[in-house]
Design a protein around this ligand. Structure first.
Ligand code: NAP
Length: 239
C-alpha cells in the first residue's frame, strides 16, 4: 500500500529530489513550502500523487492552519526545509536577528511541525528524517548552532518515539549543488574551494542526499534510530 509522505521544502533543491524519489516509488507525497507557485510547479512536474501545501513552518498560526491539509496518518515525515539567515553586522540587533532567524528557520520549522503531527505517525513503522548540515559539526555560527541543536533534539525525539516502533534520524549533508540555498554565493571559485575539502574532490548532488533520506525512511532501516548519517564526500568524519 502507498505510504503517506510529507516533505518540507519539497518544492526545490534537496527536498524536490526527495519528493521525486518517493513519488516515483508510488507513494502519496505532500510537499510543503512558503511559495505557492514554486510548489505547484514542482507538483505538476512530479505527478499526480504529489500535493502542494503552502505554509510558513516558522509561523505557529500557519502550521496550525496547515494541519488540516496534512494526512491523518503520516508514514514518513521528512523535515528538510531550512535556510541561512543573511543579516550581517556585529551590533546586538544584528546578532539577535541572525541568531533568532537561524533558530526559527532551521529549528522551530522542524520542531513545531513534528510535535504537531507526532500522534499521526504510523505506529510500528513510522519514519522521521530531518536534514541538518555539516555546519552542525564544524561551526558556521548561528546557522551551525541551529543545525547542531537538531542533533540533540533528534535524540530526544527518537527516545520518545522508540517505544512506538517509530524511528527518527538525521541526514547531515556537506555542500550540495543544484539548490537555492547559496544563491549567487556558490560561484565556480567557491565550488572548487569546497570540493577541495572533500576526500572525493567534488561537492554533492541533490539526488545523493535524497538517496540517504530515502534509505532511512525505508522499511529496511527499521533498526536505525537516533542516528546521524553524514553525506559529505568525506569532508568531515561523523561523530
Ligand atoms: N545545499 C547545501 O549545500 C546544504 C548543505 C547542508 C544542509 N543543507 C540543508 O538542506 C535543506 C534543503 O536545502 P537546499 O539546499 O535544498 O536549499 P533550498 O533549495 O533553498 O531548499 C529549501 C526549501 O525549504 C523551503 N523553506 C524554507 N524555509 C521555509 C519555511 N519557513 N517554511 C516552509 N518552507 C520553507 C523553501 O521553500 P520556500 O522558500 O518556498 O518556503 C525551499 O523549498 C536545508 O535544511 C538546508 O539547511 C543544504
Amino acid at each position: 500500500m502507498a505510504r503517506n509522505v510529507v516533505v518540507t521544502g519539497g518544492g526545490t533543491g534537496i527536498g524536490y529530489e526527495v519528493a521525486r524519489r518517493f513519488a516515483e516509488a508510488g507513494e502519496q507525497v505532500v510537499i510543503v513550502g512558503r511559495r505557492r507557485a514554486v510548489l505547484e510547479r514542482a507538483a505538476t512536474d512530479l505527478g499526480a500523487n504529489v500535493t502542494p501545501l503552502v505554509c510558513d513552518l516558522a509561523d505557529p498560526d500557519a502550521v496550525e492552519d496547515a494541519l488540516a491539509g496534512l494526512p491523518e496518518q503520516v508514514d514518513v515525515l521528512v523535515n528538510n526545509a531550512g535556510s541561512r539567515e543573511t543579516v550581517i553586522g556585529a551590533g546586538p540587533h544584528a546578532v539577535l536577528a541572525r541568531w533568532r532567524g537561524d533558530f526559527e528557520r532551521n529549528v522551530l520549522t522542524v520542531v513545531m511541525l513534528t510535535e504537531s503531527i507526532r500522534d499521526r505517525l504510523t505506529q510500528g513503522t513510522g519514519r522521521v528524517v530531518t536534514v541538518s548540515s555539516i555546519a552542525a559539526l564544524r561551526g558556521a555560527g548561528s546557522y551551525g548552532a541551529a543545525k547542531a541543536s537538531l542533533h540533540a533534539w533528534n535524540h530526544f525525539l527518537a527516545a520518545q518515539l522508540g517505544p512506538s516502533g517509530i524511528t527518527a534520524n538525521i541526514v547531515a549533508p556537506g555542500t550540495v549543488a543544484g539548490t537555492e540555498f547559496f544563491g549567487p554565493r556558490l560561484d565556480d571559485a567557491e565550488v572548487s574551494r569546497r570540493a577541495s575539502r572533500t576526500l572525493l574532490g567534488r561537492i554533492g548532488e541533490t539526488g545523493e542526499v535524497a538517496a540517504a533520506v530515502y534509505f532511512l525512511a525505508s522499511p529496511e532501516a527499521g533498526f536505525i534510530t537516533g542516528e546521524i548519517l553524514h553525506c559529505n564526500g568525506g569532508e568531515l568524519l561523523g561523530r
